[in-house]
Write a protein that binds this ligand. Structure first.
Ligand SMILES: CC(=O)N[C@@H](CCC[C@H](N)C(=O)O)C(=O)O
Length: 376
């Protein structure tokens, strides 16, 4: 397979990052690519800004799916690339451009080299939020083509190129977004006694939230509470009437998720009492953990050790989230980390995953899918 072509495709996708459920140009780019392929075995369905692309097998007894996410992130790109984002303030900083180029490489290969089983390529919008996997999974379009097995990958900037890391069972955490709006009383900066300052209240809350992981969660379990954004106030000499915290919660167990949310609610009630303000909590999008099918993952590991298409190593679970977890809740399959070796990590404005990871993914998945889909 000519890997350079899919590296070029990745570069083109890198230039057009779009927000979740607004991946219009991305969807059209993929549709244009598909229109150049032989059509005999292909069926293409649109689902919102995503796509379901089926390659009919020669003697199908099952359907194997490969899922890629499609959306970018609201980050101003600061890479040294010669092909930076054309969409100011948006960037593919989570590798979805690479995930899509791998899907397109596989699609191209299997249209020209059909296997016995049906293959389904799932181009899923809105992984970064609000979450495309669950509504796509529940859609009539997907249920009609529902696969028997599903695969996905995620680039790993901290792993070297040429490696694939995976583990059986729990791979990624349960996640919940977190939005807290607080309202007090604004006023003149010189008259604090007549106002009720939400910048001060928000600052206290951020500090109090740190105590949840430190003091309310079993140290042998794991949880994260991150506040990624605070906004509040209008001008330096006006006391802020409102403030907003935006963050995310990560836990390895659903019990811990309930406990963290319970503690947040208690702290917010305490804040209302102590700062005489009103607060509202919104948990936004929640993702189910990524739990790899144990037997299929062990079989994939044995395949990697036998075929050596990539260097395999066992990884630990991570506190990242992925709405791919919803697919794995219903359909046997697994997700793995593809080493992509970047000095800067996921969601960083300077992340530069190495494109040599693309041929590693392609040669591994081509030979794994050929083996799996011809073995009925
Ligand atoms: C792989 C990865 O980075 N995924 C995202 C998923 C975002 C989930 C949701 N929008 C949230 O922020 O909780 C991640 O941040 O782990």
């Amino acid at each position: 397979m000519e890997a350079q072509r899919f590296i070029d495709i990745r570069r083109q996708l890198h230039r057009i990052p779009e927000p979740g459920f607004k991946e219009f140009k991305t969807q059209q780019f993929i549709l244009d690519f598909i229109s150049q392929l032989p059509q005999e075995r292909l069926s293409v369905k649109k689902w919102r800004t995503g796509l379901l692309v089926k390659v009919t097998g020669t003697h199908p007894s099952k359907t194997i799916a490969y899922r890629t996410d499609m959306d970018g992130l609201p980050i101003k790109e600061e890479t040294t690339y010669t092909f930076p984002s054309l969409h100011e303030g948006f960037m593919h900083a989570c590798g979805h451009d690479i995930h899509m180029s791998v899907a397109m490489g596989l699609l191209d290969y299997f249209v020209h080299h059909p296997v016995k089983d049906n293959l389904l390529f799932v181009f899923q919008p809105a992984e970064e939020g609000p979450g495309g996997a669950l509504p796509l999974l529940q859609s009539e379009e997907f249920q009609l083509e529902k696969p028997d097995m599903i695969l996905g990958l995620h680039i790993a900037p901290e792993h070297p190129v040429g490696t694939i890391a995976v583990k059986e069972g729990l791979l990624f955490a349960n996640t919940s977004e977190l939005f807290i709006d607080i309202r007090g009383k604004g006023g003149h900066a010189a008259y604090p006694h007549l106002a009720n300052d939400m910048v001060v209240a928000a600052s206290h809350l951020v500090t109090q939230l740190q105590s949840i992981v430190a003091r309310n969660i079993d140290p042998l379990d794991s949880a994260v509470v991150t506040v990624g954004k605070i906004t509040g106030g209008t001008k330096q000499n006006i006391i802020a009437e409102t403030a907003r915290l935006e963050g995310t919660i990560r836990t390895l167990s659903s019990d811990s998720m309930k406990r963290v949310k319970g503690r947040i609610e208690s702290l917010v009630k305490g804040l209302e009492a102590s700062f005489d303000c009103q607060a509202e909590i919104d948990y936004g999008a929640n993702y189910y953990q990524v739990y790899n099918h144990e037997e299929l993952t062990r079989e994939f590991i044995a395949f990697l050790e036998r075929e050596k298409t990539a260097e395999f190593y066992h990884c630990k679970e991570a506190m990242t989230g992925e709405d791919f977890g919803y697919f794995l809740k219903e359909i046997p399959g697994f997700m793995f980390w593809l080493g992509a070796d970047s000095q800067f990590g996921l969601h960083h404005s300077r992340i530069e995953p190495k494109e040599e990871a693309i041929p590693v993914a392609l040669r591994t998945l081509v030979s794994y899918i050929e083996w799996k889909a011809n073995s009925n």
